[in-house]
Design a protein around this ligand. Structure first.
Ligand SMILES: Nc1ncnc2c1ncn2[C@@H]1O[C@H](COP(=O)(O)OP(=O)(O)OP(=O)(O)O)[C@@H](O)[C@H]1O
Length: 344
């Protein structure tokens, strides 16, 4: 069973001037324990889409299934119960300024039937989980951005939700604090088996913790899939642009375009870009190239990243040899499941 299933979601905002089609016929499946990223530029419709999951926005058309229930068909009381299983955090934390950390975290437990002592115990447990035990009596104004987001996370988890929605949760934080909040989210995903949907305009966020990603542009999902597949084989221009923001590979393309001497080739050379993941490289590729074919190679650029616990490698190499040997070696590399792009 999918944890979250959005079927043909459309959201139109009717304003005085015009109808704004914020989300256009989007269908998404999020499985239990996914950390599902939705990335897009400002105005792509991400916030509207994520808010449709807990019906903070009611879609104009389509169906929202969460934990096997069609939320749009529930009575208000049933919907309130289902919503408790969906926590949410925001870019600007949305804490209550006049209440302490502990009071903020305890707030969603009002009316839960828990006694005061039980609520206190729960708050302590949550503070422990987000590593803020010493801030119980502090006020939000006394906290850093990262600490505020930790309080917001603790509050979102108060009712033991099975889903956590993160709306640009790290966009107001510096890079180091972003990393620590992302690490916490990943930890919660593992420890609490919670499913996470995270919207962002930063590919680095997706890269750091997501196992799946959907790319939105102009209200549509233009591409979606497993993180390694999308990074190894992006199809749309917008996806390629987002990926380029997180690697330096695009500099090679620029150098080629500019005719930089470092990427000049001799007449018997070609320049290749190889993209491979650990699952498709079972042989000692480079060593075999030289052994099997009468070619030489030179590495111009190389990096390996770990995405969703799987290495993804990018190599730019010059291969030197006669045409037949070079072609045979390209075919050999492709046969090993490596994506090959002839750059020059
Ligand atoms: N309540 C609203 N009334 C009218 N238009 C809206 C409303 N909310 C969002 N929109 C419009 O819908 C479109 C999508 O907005 P949305 O906030 O979902 O995009 P986004 O990808 O999350 O962008 P950002 O990262 O800037 O928030 C935009 O054109 C926005 O102006």
């Amino acid at each position: 069973m999918n944890k979250i299933e959005l079927k043909n979601i459309t959201k139109i905002f009717k304003t005085k001037e015009q109808d704004v089609h914020a989300v256009k016929d989007v269908s998404l499946h999020v499985e239990e324990r996914d950390i599902f990223g939705v990335i897009g530029f400002s105005g792509a419709g991400k916030s509207t889409l994520i808010r449709c999951i807990n019906l903070l926005e009611r879609p104009t058309n389509g169906e929202v299934w969460v934990n096997g229930k069609n939320l749009l068909e529930l009575k208000p009381k049933e919907l309130r119960e289902e919503r408790k299983k969906i926590g949410m955090i925001f870019q600007h934390f949305n804490l209550m300024r006049s209440r302490t950390v502990a009071q903020n975290i305890a707030f969603p437990l009002k009316g839960s039937g828990l006694s005061k002592t039980e609520i206190q115990a729960k708050v302590k447990e949550l503070l422990n989980l987000v590593e803020l035990t010493d801030k119980e009596h502090a006020y939000p104004s006394q906290l850093s951005g990262g600490q505020k987001q930790r309080v917001a996370i603790a509050r979102a988890l108060a009712n033991d939700p099975t889903i956590l929605l993160c709306d640009e949760a790290t966009s107001a934080l510096d890079p180091q604090t972003t990393q620590s909040i992302l690490a916490l989210l990943k930890d919660l995903n593992e420890k609490l088996k919670i499913t996470i949907v995270i919207i962002t305009h930063e590919m680095a966020v997706v890269k750091a913790i997501c196992n799946k990603v959907a790319i939105m542009e102009n209200g549509h999902v233009v591409e979606e899939g497993g993180i390694i597949d999308i990074f190894a084989n992006p199809k749309s221009e917008v996806t390629k642009n987002f990926i380029n923001t997180t690697t330096s590979i695009h500099q090679i393309y620029e150098m080629i375009e500019e005719g930089n001497p470092l990427v000049q080739l001799e007449s018997d050379e070609v320049m290749l870009r190889l993209v491979y993941s650990s699952s498709n490289t079972k042989e000692a590729l480079m060593a075999n190239l030289v052994k099997k074919f009468n070619v030489e190679f030179n590495i111009i650029f190389g990096n390996v990243e770990v995405l969703s616990n799987q290495p993804l490698g990018n190599l730019v190499i010059k291969v030197k040899g006669n045409k037949d040997d070079v072609n045979a070696s390209i075919n050999y590399v492709k046969e090993q499941g490596v994506k090959v792009e002839v750059l020059k």
